[in-house]
Design a protein around this ligand. Structure first.
Ligand SMILES: Nc1ncnc2c1ncn2[C@@H]1O[C@H](COP(=O)(O)OP(=O)(O)O)[C@@H](O)[C@H]1O
Ligand SMILES: [Mg+2]
Length: 447
């Protein structure tokens, strides 16, 4: 399910080497596995969380990943997502995103939470399936454009090995037939209730079977043209909300791509009701996923109160927070508290701490990243990067890989010490850039 949006790619790509938690059968961390290095206790704890989530024993709880910058908190969250599997929604957001101008904070969070709940739907649907033997499309004048004609209806003759049937279809379906370029010889499937036509391939034995431009040949279906078929698909609650609010959009949604920014509470109430009914009828299954809130210290008291309430409801995802703050002020209040979180929320958190990496671990992580990006790094360059990782930060050392590699391209495609040195001098880490500006400000005072 596509839950990733623009902007998320960058955040995720730095962790593309991570394919899981790298645990053995007994839930123990292998030193280096699945792209993960060290941080054994945190990985083992995360493994238990995955097991609890999978067995449905984690509702109403949340996780806090606490540790210094660059200690693998986001990496760990990504690994948890990988372990949960593709069917389980994983929605990463950054705390600061709730302040985006487009929608209210609570609306943004509600949408994020509903993206993190999957609904697996099993449906028997009436479909027509067969090889297209004839197509006849009727055209009519476009209502506004005198130079254009549009399909008004269409007649298809579909054949299985055992039956032939003529279907008369309305303008909507006729348009789909034209848009999808359906031709005689194609095997198609028409889902009447879902208003959907799918081209399954070119029929075996038709003249077009050897047409190089077509990708796939499929056998001509057997049995009747109309049949009941089971479909299984996973949507999120947010997908269903969107599907149900699209037609209620105002005039602006016509111009702005139809994605309404706010969803009516009434729509959500109806969707919940409908989903609950489907679950009790055995047609649907709820798959609670994970909402990962990075930089949770950016959240404010209002947001925390909202989340706390939301977590008590039965349709709630699992929430994983990450922070690098110790005792700090809760935003929107004058109170200080651990990790800047209100105490009632802290009460229901399981906390996993991550620690700083040793030089050896940093070396392995840099090696894995370089290999993943197909960069060759010689020993001297690697040792310098390890030193930078220890003295500055792991993230900064990893960031220097890309510019160093750019220079290495002109130098036989091997990153050498001088490339790293030059990258280090050209690109500052945050500590240095801040020191620099503070020095500048002082100089200006004495001007
Ligand atoms: N244990 C680990 N094994 C492999 N790569 C790691 C590990 N910890 C961190 N990384 C990588 O190091 C970089 C910084 O880690 P990150 O998860 O962003 O730290 P944090 O979120 O704690 O600030 C990322 O590219 C991440 O994938
Ligand atoms: Mg992070």
């Amino acid at each position: 399910m596509a839950v990733q949006e623009i902007g998320e790619w960058e955040r995720i790509s730095a962790h593309s080497h991570i394919t899981g938690l790298g645990l053995d059968e007994n839930g123990r961390a292998r030193k280096i596995a699945a792209g993960m290095v060290g941080q054994e206790e945190a990985r083992e704890a995360a493994g238990l969380v995955v097991r609890m989530i999978k067995s449905g024993k984690f509702a109403g709880n949340a996780i806090l990943l606490a540790g210094p910058p660059g200690s693998g908190k986001t990496a760990l969250a990504m690994a948890i997502a990988k372990e949960l599997g593709a069917d389980v929604p994983f929605v990463p957001i950054a705390g600061s995103e709730i302040y985006s101008a487009e929608v209210k904070k609570t609306e943004f969070l509600t949408q994020a939470m509903r993206k993190a709940i999957g609904v697996k739907i099993r449906e028997m649907r009436r479909v027509y399936e067969g090889k297209v033997e004839e197509i006849e499309i009727q055209w009519t004048q476009h209502p506004y454009n005198p130079f254009q004609k549009i399909p008004s209806s269409c007649v298809l003759k579909l054949a299985t090995k055992d039956e032939k049937k003529k279907l008369r279809m309305d303008a909507d379906f006729a348009m789909r037939v034209v848009q999808q370029g359906i031709e005689t010889g194609d095997v198609i499937q028409i889902d009447v209730d879902g208003y959907r036509i799918a081209k399954l391939g070119v029929a075996e034995g038709s003249e077009r079977e050897y047409d190089v431009s077509t990708s796939r040949t499929v056998p001509i279906p057997e049995g009747p043209v109309m049949k009941e078929k089971e479909f299984v698909y996973t949507l999120t609650l947010h997908d269903i909300d969107m599907m149900n609010s699209r037609h209620g959009g105002d005039i602006f949604s016509l111009f702005f791509g139809g994605e309404r920014k706010e969803i009516d509470e009434e729509v959500r109430r109806k969707v919940d009701e409908k989903v609950r009914r489907m679950v009790s009828e055995g047609i649907a299954e709820l798959i609670p996923g994970v909402l990962f809130i990075d930089e949770s210290s950016m959240l404010d008291i209002e947001t925390y109160a909202f989340l706390n309430r939301a977590m008590e409801q039965d349709l709630s995802p699992i929430i994983i927070f990450a922070t690098n703050r110790g005792i700090t002020r809760v935003r929107g209040t004058d109170l200080k508290s651990p990790h800047g979180m209100p105490l009632d929320l802290l009460d229901r958190l399981l906390v996993i701490t991550t620690r700083k990496y040793s030089g050896d671990e940093i070396r392995e992580i840099i090696r894995i990243r370089a290999a993943k990006e197909r960069m060759e790094v010689d020993d001297e360059a690697l040792e310098l990067l390890v030193k930078i990782g220890e003295e500055r930060s792991l993230r900064y050392a990893l960031q220097l890989l890309a510019p160093a590699w750019e220079m290495a391209k002109a130098d036989r495609y091997v990153v050498k010490r001088e490339h790293v040195e030059r990258a280090y001098n050209l690109f500052s880490d945050v500590k240095r850039s801040v020191e620099y500006l503070q020095r500048m400000e002082k100089d200006m005072l004495y001007d």
